[in-house]
Design a protein around this ligand. Structure first.
Ligand SMILES: C[S@@+](CC[C@H](N)C(=O)[O-])C[C@H]1O[C@@H](n2cnc3c(N)ncnc32)[C@H](O)[C@@H]1O
Length: 247
């Protein structure tokens, strides 16, 4: 039962999910991913460890050079992307100050977030509505034609909001690269959170991964990953299509 899960057993379960995402337990990267996910939680990540840790492992295994996050809030996940990305990566945070689904603490200030980057990383902070074409144009300018290697969508959780983020930003993601969504399971305590509805529409017919902590007492969260179209590795990934959930 969830109530009897100790910190050790939770960590064990996180590692087990990570193994399913990235069977590389013998590499130091596996264990640092777990540490990064924990550090992200300490910095306010609105995520469950057993869901975030495998995603950090997945992202770390690809060492992305261009990362875009929609929805940064306190900066917990932003910290994780700074750790998981390439040492010279470009990392862009898009967040609407005072926007919906932000939690009680509000967004972290840019000075704090800037400290999360590594010395050769280029960090950009667009404090704007992701749905605004002007925001997309500013991102285009930052990217200068480079494809996005990892896109995290965790901003407006309404059906129309998450759909619009996907439609506006997916074309920027390089072929075969991951696009992650948070809150893919129903969230009865958050009226208006409808990522699950959108997720269930788009995951069919594509390779996808789900990291879902089904043991948690409160129902929310879940991370889903799809890959940008045209992936030459799609066939392999289709074979891997599955739901990764704690037992
Ligand atoms: C759930 S929080 C992000 C949590 C963060 N990814 C983490 O786990 O550390 C959602 C964030 O999205 C932002 N947001 C909501 N609607 C947005 C929009 N249209 N454009 C940009 N940001 C938005 C909110 O202000 C909030 O900071």
């Amino acid at each position: 039962m969830q109530a009897s899960l100790t910190p050790v057993s939770r960590e064990y379960a996180a590692a087990r999910n990570m193994l399913r995402a990235n069977a590389a337990v013998w590499t130091p990267a596996f264990w640092t991913s777990l540490a990064h996910a924990r550090a992200a939680q300490r910095r306010g990540a609105m995520q469950k460890l057993r869901e975030l840790a495998p995603l950090v492992a997945l992202v770390g295994s690809e060492s992305p050079r261009v990362v875009v996050e929609i929805g940064t809030a306190g900066g917990g996940t932003f910290y994780a992307w700074c750790r998981a990305a390439a040492p010279d990566a470009t990392i862009v945070s898009i967040d609407l100050p005072g926007g919906p689904f932000g939690g009680a603490d509000g967004p972290a200030d840019v000075t704090t977030l800037s400290r999360y980057g590594r010395p050769a990383q280029a960090l950009h902070f667009l404090r704007a509505d992701s749905h605004d074409q002007e925001t997309r144009a500013r991102l285009d300018e930052i990217l200068g034609g480079r494809g996005v290697d990892f896109l995290m969508i965790d901003g407006d959780h309404s059906y129309d909001g998450v759909k619009r983020d996907f439609e506006m930003y997916k074309p920027l993601v390089a072929s075969g690269k991951p696009i992650a969504f948070h809150d893919i399971v129903p969230h009865p305590q958050a009226p208006g959170c409808e990522v699950d509805r959108f997720w269930n529409e788009i995951k069919d017919g594509r390779p996808y991964l789900e990291f879902v902590d089904r043991d948690a007492p409160d129902q929310y969260g879940g991370i889903g990953v799809v890959y940008a179209d045209g992936d030459r590795r799609s066939r392999d990934r289709r074979r891997r299509r599955r739901s990764i959930a704690s037992p």
